[in-house]
Design a protein around this ligand. Structure first.
Ligand code: AHR
Length: 711
């Protein structure tokens, strides 16, 4: 009996294998053919289709795009210890110590709380020098090192005061005046040395001095440090401020900037800005993401305290396990948009935070709605408005262009189902004051049908998020072909194929590219799309600093010195650069397929039959002005695949075309900080192109044909 059952299962397995072979054979046997139909005008490609999404995650700004090199510059990252700071003692005879002095801590002696510069700069670092030896000082390790480059000028600045004799403070409620003449001990006054040096202190890359004045009050000191032309680039460096005299030295807002993009004073890293510019993004979604919401209601992105002088920015908790300096404040986000020629897409806090708390719609939510209106006024108001005048005072009199406002982030997590009412309260207020603005809902009908916004008028734009495997991307690449053309427009506001860490690999890029063909083909309804997360600092944990990233599968990686694009970055760049303004309708025939193995999740969901998934994905657009056709074809399989390309319609095609390919040998091939250009696009010219031609696509490849139509 048992033998018979075994025989039966052997026969069943053999049948399955046979059927599988037949499927594979038939699906790859006939010639794959793609027909581009130029007989009828296609839909218009959304002019905003490809953009960027950003938030403070993975040290995207602090230790990333925002060029500040000093970590924990206002000493608030950790109330218990001066993180990233250490005491420098050049010789063992010296005697010195460092200590955090937090004005806000009530359980510490009053004298230690009396050193605030502003409400934001309320914690400082004290260096006590009893015996200086040759030198003692404070060192900052930067964000996994200070980047040293040859012939480079760094702008250093810091607040400093020195005192050897502490003047008796006047305690709260104590009316006794301070002693009339403060005793100023001169010993701290004099030269203070500022260096960028190797971590062992043996190599000095750049050096200067400032003159500490005979003054017990805070003063800001500025100095430029320049490296020599023959310096070898390194991250094995620290920033040191040192003295050779006894006394008490107090430091705050210690800053060091390398040259920045467009020479902005509080600016961004040049390499990362250039990489974004090259993507030609049409918009920038900010400030999040989870970073918008905050862990608690009190931690939501505090845009008002991110404005103006750094002296007035206390920073805030952030949503990804580390404190944000808020050097990247609201105006800096807007200037970033300006610098990369992208339009801001603003997310406003909508009363829901990551711990699940929400604020009920109605009077309790009103201050948050008003706050969003203020924020919009800061961005778009003319200088006669209250917040427009503030923006002008901050250095940017011209209003920014703004058309899209996203109300919250991923509010489907709000199990109270309060979003419908919260969304409507925000939308009504925003549209009443700014009828030209379009409000985006964070709950997509297709993804969360039971939670979607149902009251009020139809929502104009829905934000959908997809973090998927490459199989999921390939399987669902045509999902938008079936979307209702009369429904809301779709903003795919976060998505990625999540394979590879910290940046994704080639297989993920093939998943992304397939998915993008689906968005591009349907860009009459998919009006905007942005990959997430954009940035990752790729440093792993060191003895003193934790691992830099919290989210695997990111687009652009970097350390303090260098940066690189993942294969997915190049897919984004190619899709953004080779894009027409009209969708060319296409028909695919004999599209090869592969069998998607049953995943653990499938089994858990009771799915026992494996699926057949395409391996060729395609989209085409035409530029009506230049006559160029941009045909994108993705081959996700490991096989050379001949594809017949057929163009119908009253046009001639130039015999020569531009061909760009991004490919690799293996799906898990990738780029990294040590091998940044393993997978990059290669551009060539191809000949003998006609209205009908055949091209064999390489395995694991993203292919772009720029064909030229002629009358
Ligand atoms: O992109 C990372 C996170 O994923 C975003 O902060 C959040 O919106 C999403 O869940």
């Amino acid at each position: 009996m048992k033998k018979y059952r075994n025989q039966k299962s052997v026969i069943r397995v053999s049948w399955c294998i046979l059927i599988l072979c037949v499927i594979i054979f038939t699906s790859t046997h006939a010639q794959t053919k793609l027909t581009l139909d130029l007989t009828k005008p296609g839909f218009t490609v959304s002019p905003m289709l490809y953009g960027l999404m950003t938030e403070e995650i993975n040290h995207s700004y602090d230790g990333g795009l925002y060029a500040e090199l000093i970590r924990n510059r206002i000493f608030k990252d950790n109330p218990n210890t001066a993180e990233a700071w250490s005491l420098v003692r050049e010789d063992s005879n010296s005697k010195a110590a460092i200590k955090l002095m937090a004005a806000t801590e009530n359980n510490i002696p009053f004298d230690e709380r009396r050193h605030a510069i502003t409400g934001a700069l309320s914690t400082c670092l004290r260096l006590t020098v009893e015996t200086p030896g040759t030198r003692v000082g404070i060192a900052n390790e930067g964000y996994w090192g200070i980047p040293v480059k040859p012939a480079t000028s760094y702008r250093a600045s810091f607040y400093l005061k020195g005192s050897a004799t502490i003047q008796p403070p006047r305690r709260p409620g104590q009316n006794t005046p301070q002693s009339s003449a403060p005793v100023i001990n001169d010993s701290t006054a004099g030269p203070i040395t500022v260096t960028i040096e190797s971590n062992d202190g043996k190599t000095v890359y750049a050096k200067g001095t400032v003159n500490l004045e005979k003054n017990i009050n805070w003063k800001k000191y500025d100095i430029t440090l320049t490296t020599a032309a023959d310096v070898k680039p390194t991250t094995d460096a620290r920033f040191v401020i040192s003295t050779n005299r006894v006394g008490l030295y107090y430091f705050n807002l210690v800053s060091l900037f390398p040259p920045t993009f467009n020479n902005r004073l509080n600016g961004n890293r040049t390499d990362l800005m250039k990489m974004m510019l090259e993507m030609k993004p049409k918009f920038l979604r900010f400030p999040g993401g989870n970073y918008l919401e905050g862990p608690l209601i009190t931690d939501a992105f505090p845009w008002k305290t991110t404005l103006g002088h750094l002296e007035n920015r206390p920073g805030h908790k952030g949503s990804w396990g580390y404190r944000a300096s808020d050097g990247m404040g609201l105006l800096e986000f807007l200037q970033w948009c300006e610098d990369i020629k992208a339009e801001p897409l603003l997310g406003v806090y909508a009363g829901y935070s990551l711990n699940g708390d929400h604020i009920n719609a109605g009077p309790l939510l009103k201050p948050y709605v008003d706050d969003a209106l203020d924020e919009i006024e800061y961005i778009t108001g003319d200088v006669k408005t209250y917040w427009g005048a503030k923006r002008a005072a901050d250095g940017h009199p011209a209003p920014f262009k703004l058309r899209y406002i996203e109300i919250g982030n991923e509010d489907w997590f709000d199990r109270s189902n309060s979003y419908d009412e919260r969304f409507n309260q925000f939308r009504t207020a925003i549209e009443t004051k700014y009828p030209q603005l379009i409000c985006i809902s964070t709950i997509a009908d297709a993804q969360y049908p039971t939670q979607k916004v149902t009251s009020g008028k139809k929502v104009a734009v829905l934000d959908e998020h997809y973090y998927r495997s490459s199989w999921d991307m390939w399987e669902n690449a045509s999902q938008y072909d079936k979307y209702d053309r009369t429904g809301p427009k779709i903003f795919v506001g976060e998505w990625a194929t999540r394979e590879g860490a910290p940046t994704t690999n080639l297989n993920a890029a093939l998943g992304d590219a397939a998915w993008m063909t689906g968005m591009e083909r349907n860009s009459d309804i998919i009006i905007m799309s942005c990959y997430a997360p954009l940035f990752v600092n790729v440093n792993t944990a060191t003895a003193t600093a934790p691992k830099a990233w919290q989210w695997d599968s990111d687009l652009i990686g970097y350390n303090a010195l260098n940066s690189y694009g993942s294969p997915a970055y190049y897919v984004q760049k190619l899709f953004g650069n080779y894009l027409g303004n009209k969708i060319v309708p296409m028909v695919g025939e004999n599209i090869p397929t592969q069998i998607r193995p049953i995943s653990r999740r499938d089994s858990a969901n009771g799915i026992t039959t494996s699926k057949s998934v395409p391996t060729i994905f395609y989209a085409a657009t035409k530029d009506q002005i230049t006559g160029a056709i941009y045909l994108k074809i993705v081959n996700s399989s490991g096989k050379q695949t001949p594809v017949e390309i057929n163009i119908t319609g009253p046009v001639k095609i130039a015999q020569e075309a531009i061909f760009i390919v991004l490919k690799g040998d293996k799906p898990d091939d990738t780029n990294s900080i040590s091998d940044p250009e393993k997978i990059i696009p290669v551009t060539s010219k191809i000949k003998a192109v006609a209205k009908n031609f055949t091209r064999t696509l390489d395995p694991y490849s993203v292919n772009i044909f720029q064909l030229q139509t002629m009358k």
